[in-house]
Every structure is written in C-alpha cells, then in structure tokens.
Design a binder for this molecule. Structure first.
Ligand code: NDP
Length: 389
C-alpha cells in the first residue's frame, strides 16, 4: 500500500490523478485531498477514496465541507495554514497540483517529510527552483516532473549525461490565438482564450497557453529543473502537440518524446516511476497523423517568450516577480479589466520597476524572500493595472 496525498485534487490534474488511482484502488491509501472552492467535488472524492483528511484552501467554506462530509469519518480543515500543515503529514507520494504560487509552500513541506514530489505546479520551480531541488536533496527524496514537456525531457535524459546536452527544445501548441491576426488580439475574450485546440486543462493554464505565459513559465522551469543555461532552452510551435520535447546532444542526436496529448501519461509516469505500467492513454497512429509541423514562435505575438529569456538571464527572485505579476495580470484579464495584449504590458512594467530594486537578484533564495518578492510584484502589478483602467 502506498500512502499518497493529492493537493489541488478538484482541478484538472487532480482529477486525472484520481482517475488513475481509482483504477487500482487497493494499491493506495489516501491521506489528504485538497481543493479550493469546489466543495462538492472535494467531499465526493474524499468519501469515495476514504481519505483521512480533506482541506479546502478557502477558510469561509469550512462549514460547507464539514456538512458535506458529515458521518463519513473524514477529518476536515480549511485555510492556508491548515493546507501547509496537511502537507507535512508523512506520505510516500505527493501530487502538487494547486495552481499558482500558492502551491510552493505545500510542495516544500512535502519534500521536508521525505515524500516523492510529483510536480505539476510549475510555479514552484519558477519561483524557487534552487530551493526546491536543495530541499529534495537535503531530505533524500526526489521531484518528478508532471508537466508533459518536463516529463518528456526527464525521459529523454534517462541514462544520459547532462553535460552532453547541447539544447533542450520544448514544444508549444500556440494556444487559442495561434492563427489570429495580431491586430485582432485586442478583441480576444477570456472565454475564447480558455479554449485550447489540443489539451483539456484548467481555465488559467489554458489562457496562459494562448498568451504563451505558460510556455514562458515552462522555459524557466526547464532551465531550473535540469540546471541548464538560458541559451540551452528554447521552444518551437508544434500545432499537433505530439512531440512534447526534444533533447539535442553534442553528437548531433536528438531524443524526442512523443505521445497523445493526455496528462495521464505524465501523471502515470510519475506515479509508477521507475516502472512503466499500462496507462489508459490513446496510442499513436503515425499514418493517420500524416505529418508533424513546426514553426518559429513570433515574439511580437507572444512577448512572454522574450520576458522568459530576460527572467532566466536575471535569475534570483525575478522568476517569483514574473509569476506574481503574470497571475495578477491574468486575474485582471479574466475579470475583463484589461485586454489580452495588456497582460504582457503589465508584466513588462513590473519587471522593469522591480528589477531596479536591490535584493531581487540574490542567489540565496528562501521562502521568505520569495514571499516578499511575490507580494511586491502583486502590489506593483495592481498599481499598473489601476493606472491603465
Ligand atoms: P485547475 O485550475 O484545474 O485546478 C487547480 C487546483 O488548485 C484546484 O484544486 C483548485 O481548487 C486549487 N486551488 C486554486 N487556488 C488555490 C489556492 N489559492 N490555494 C489552494 N488551492 C487552490 O488547475 P490545473 O489542474 O490545470 O493546473 C494545476 C497546476 O498544474 C498548475 O500549476 C498548472 O500550471 C499545472 N499543469 C497543469 C496541466 C493541465 O493539463 N491542466 C499541465 C501541466 C501542468 P478549486 O478548483 O476547488 O477551487
């Protein structure tokens, strides 16, 4: 029996994880499930999977959760502190699938108690990659990537020497507005941005795919996770989303990872690592696929890619600043307070304003320093958004 916790259980990654666990229920003991506002889903899964504890991040929903789980024997808790405490409960395997910077601290706590961390929450690596890797090492455990591109890179690196790597290429579908005329992007609505051509994902990451903020975060995550130089990391647009990443080696060989766009592959790989087990994902039909295409991404259409390079070069806490500014700009776009292209403008202004402040380029990243940078960047982004509305 493996003891597991799923943080962000009510979301897209969380539900796909539960789908895999459900197929082999006898092998797992569920310690903690967490959610945010979706109390019905959290309670339903906590009952069915016989979880020991269910936590909602939303303190105002504790009574709702308690009522929904009455008589089930599942403990309940609510709020950020409860979430962090729940992450400290010993388990063998921990899925980090909260969206946003809120996923960082629970993931760190999980590493501190020695769990294998299946990391979907890319923001953790963007904000504090060094801290995450140091914590895993100090507690003799490991982080397994769940982002499909990073799982692909991880798999293409197996048995290889990282010093023989010349370049890592992660692919990008291009999102909802890949083929729109650039001048029409001012008219893009949150509903249109939240429709992905290939992947079925949560609302925020889907909009981030359309703006390529998601790919920008993933470029930074790649650099941090595999300890590469910014110049060794790149993206290409690949509309079919069948190749997830390629690792180019010094002898001119490229090892590519391919598969149908279904997150249950990367989740299942992290769940069963180092074994490969049967997974319920579609098999590829190369003949039906016919061809795979690639394009150079345009940084005028997707300024987030230029920003990712700047952030990688700056290092230090700029990843945390970038992510926080992006999160606030995304909130403002979803609330229709700013237009789609203004998200990148907000982030540009925040990066410029905060890079001038001392203390942001420190290499010694701690959770407190990340929290402070995150707070300053959110304040700065809110001010920029207010100036523009
Ligand atoms: P969703 O929005 O579908 O789910 C997010 C989860 O986090 C939900 O359980 C949500 O609760 C919970 N949540 C939201 N805000 C908070 C908060 N402040 N504190 C605690 N919990 C919170 O996201 P996804 O599943 O799409 O993505 C999760 C993470 O995985 C992200 O970092 C994303 O970038 C990454 N990822 C996702 C992929 C995908 O295919 N979806 C692919 C690769 C990476 P509730 O819904 O109950 O409010």
């Amino acid at each position: 029996m493996r003891r597991i916790s799923i943080f962000g259980a009510t979301g897209s990654i969380g539900q796909s994880t539960i789908d895999l666990i459900d197929r082999d229920r006898e092998s797992y003991e569920v310690e903690v499930l967490t959610g945010g506002r979706n109390i019905d889903q959290l309670a339903k899964d906590a009952r069915r999977l016989n979880a020991k504890l269910a936590v909602t991040a939303d303190e105002t929903r504790l009574d709702d959760l308690r009522t929904a789980l009455a008589g089930s024997g599942v403990e309940v808790a609510a709020g950020r502190i409860a979430l962090t405490e729940a992450a400290s409960r010993p388990v063998d395997w921990f899925m980090s699938a909260i969206v946003g910077a809120a996923g960082l601290e629970p993931g760190l706590r999980a590493l501190e108690q020695g769990a294998v961390l299946a990391l979907a929450n890319k923001e953790s690596m963007v904000c504090a990659g060094g801290l995450m890797l140091r914590t895993a090492k100090a507690h003799n455990t490991r982080i397994l990537p769940v982002d499909s591109e990073h799982s692909a890179v991880f798999q293409a690196l197996l048995g290889e020497d990282i010093t023989s790597v010349e370049k890592v290429t992660i692919t990008a579908s291009g999102g909802a507005f890949r083929d729109w005329p650039i001048e029409d992007l001012v008219k893009a609505t949150p509903q249109q941005a939240a429709t992905h051509p290939n992947w079925d994902m949560g609302q925020r990451i889907t909009i981030d795919s359309a703006s390529m903020f998601n790919k920008a975060l993933e470029l930074i995550e790649t650099k941090e996770f595999f300890d590469l130089k910014p110049s060794q990391v790149e993206t290409v647009v690949h509309p079919e989303s069948m190749i997830h990443a390629l690792v180019g080696y010094r002898d001119g060989a490229y090892l590519a990872h391919m598969g149908a766009p279904d997150m249950r592959h990367a989740i299942g790989y992290a769940l069963h690592y180092p074994e490969r087990r049967d997974l319920p994902v579609a098999r590829m039909d190369l003949v039906a696929l016919g061809q795979l295409t690639f394009r150079k991404p345009c940084e005028i259409r997707w300024p987030a890619l230029r920003q990712a390079r700047e952030v990688m070069e700056a290092g230090g806490l700029m990843g945390a600043v970038f992510n926080a500014a992006k999160e606030r700009a995304l909130d403002a776009f979803i609330d229709e307070r700013i237009l789609f292209p203004q998200m990148a403008e907000v982030v540009d202004t925040v990066l410029t304003r905060l890079s001038a402040q001392a203390g942001h380029n420190t290499a010694e990243i701690t959770l407190d320093k990340v929290a402070e940078a995150d707070h300053l960047a959110r304040q700065s982004a809110d001010a920029v958004i207010a100036e523009n509305t």
